[in-house]
Design a protein around this ligand. Structure first.
Ligand SMILES: Nc1nc2c(ncn2[C@@H]2O[C@H](COP(=O)(O)OP(=O)(O)OP(=O)(O)O)[C@@H](O)[C@H]2O)c(=O)[nH]1
Length: 219
């Protein structure tokens, strides 16, 4: 079973008219050993291979979803980069990504704390990078119930209070939960893009109208 919270109403796919290929950049963050690579590899290959090594990579994966080609660029980041401390997010990462997947392990409270800090950092960066990309919080290792130290409730409350999506999954046990995470993020990214486009359109109309009326006033 997968626990899920949707932060907003689901995106109406009719909002995106054209049938061009859609490209989305997805950044996976979280503490060490929470399963970021396991999630990435599950999504790319449908497999769980157990050990993943310490390689930071950006993977590209194209899928056909609802009759449309979607290219996912997935940045599987390493924790504690450049001595900046756990949970650090670089400006390059913030500028690059269209959406975040923040992963913690349900058996590791410290990793949940890291996700809490990362949500705050991303939200604070909003002023620097307008239109903060959507965030999905993922509690991984759901198969290890006997070692659970973070309740589902805590994950859900964090997500609700910070306007993030939330899933509890086991990358080890199923592909389905991982697929849901990426598809939900895709929906939120498309929704954010449609809103941005709409806002730009309205701004354009307002600009044209003020140009016309502004000119008339000075005549
Ligand atoms: N039981 C269980 N183990 C998992 C699950 N997901 C990942 N693991 C294990 O957790 C360990 C760490 O997984 P990784 O995917 O390498 O974690 P990571 O977050 O990419 O780690 P870093 O690259 O060191 O930051 C590995 O031994 C995985 O096999 C899961 O859902 N359940």
């Amino acid at each position: 079973m997968v626990v899920q919270v949707n932060p907003r109403t689901r995106h109406n796919k009719a909002m995106e008219g054209s049938q061009q290929k859609v490209e989305v950049n997805v950044l996976l963050l979280g503490a060490e050993s929470v399963g970021k690579s396991a999630l990435t590899v599950r999504f790319l290959t449908r497999r769980f291979i157990g050990e993943y090594g310490d390689i930071e990579s950006i993977y590209s994966h194209t899928d056909r979803i609802d009759g449309r080609e979607i290219c996912f660029n997935i940045w599987d980041s390493l924790c504690s980069q450049n001595g900046e401390g756990e949970g650090h997010i670089s400006e390059r990462q913030l500028q690059w990504t269209d959406g975040f997947i923040l992963v913690y392990s349900i058996c590791d409270r410290a990793s949940f704390n890291v996700v809490q800090q990362q949500v705050q950092r991303i939200r604070q960066a909003k002023s620097k990078f307008p239109g903060t990309p959507p965030i999905i919080i993922v509690g991984n290792k759901r198969d290890l119930q006997h070692r659970r130290t973070v309740s589902s409730e805590e994950g859900r409350i964090l997500a609700l209070s910070t306007d993030c999506g939330f899933f509890e999954i086991s990358a080890a046990e199923t592909y389905h939960g991982v697929l849901l995470v990426f598809h939900e993020l895709l929906d939120l990214i498309r929704e954010a893009r449609a809103l941005k486009k709409g806002a730009a359109g309205i701004k354009g109309i307002v600009r044209s109208m003020s140009a016309v009326f502004g000119r008339k006033r000075t005549e």
